[in-house]
Ligand binder design. Structure first.
Ligand SMILES: [Zn+2]
Length: 134
């Protein structure tokens, strides 16, 4: 059986394991399938089946460069999306410890630690100084 599977996957895209696009479409297919049991929207079931077929089509495909390119596009797109959330989290944790002020002269963003009282801030870009509560 193992030998059969090995031979079957030889030269196919799935031989290199599942990529992010295949994994993602499988997960979405399963979620949609579960949702379709409780939802009155019958279309969810068909979308799930199509996604499932698409995942298997990718795994069994012999056109490896094409599948590889599709995954590259998908990874690029999802990375942009994930970066947005990572940046959001970073800003959130920074906001707890720091104040971000804008220089009134050149609008350079300046990070100042919180809880130091009224302080004079010197802009590192243009040298302008201004008073702010930290
Ligand atoms: Zn400035």
């Amino acid at each position: 059986m193992k030998n059969f599977l090995y031979r079957f996957f030889q030269g196919r895209y799935g031989a290199y394991g599942t990529d992010r696009l295949t994994k993602c479409s499988l997960v979405v297919a399963v979620i949609l399938l579960v949702l379709s049991f409780t939802s009155p929207l019958g279309i969810l079931y068909y979308v799930a089946v199509v996604m499932l077929f698409y995942s298997y089509f990718r795994l069994f495909s012999k056109n490896i460069p094409a599948r590889y390119r599709e995954n590259e596009i998908f990874v690029k797109f999802t990375d942009k999306f994930l970066d947005f959330f990572r940046n959001f989290k970073d800003t959130w944790t920074q906001n707890k410890a720091f104040h971000i002020y804008k220089c009134p002269n050149c609008s350079q963003k300046i990070r100042v630690p919180r809880g130091k009282g009224r302080i004079e801030i010197r802009c590192p870009k243009c040298g302008n100084t201004f008073l702010k509560k930290s």
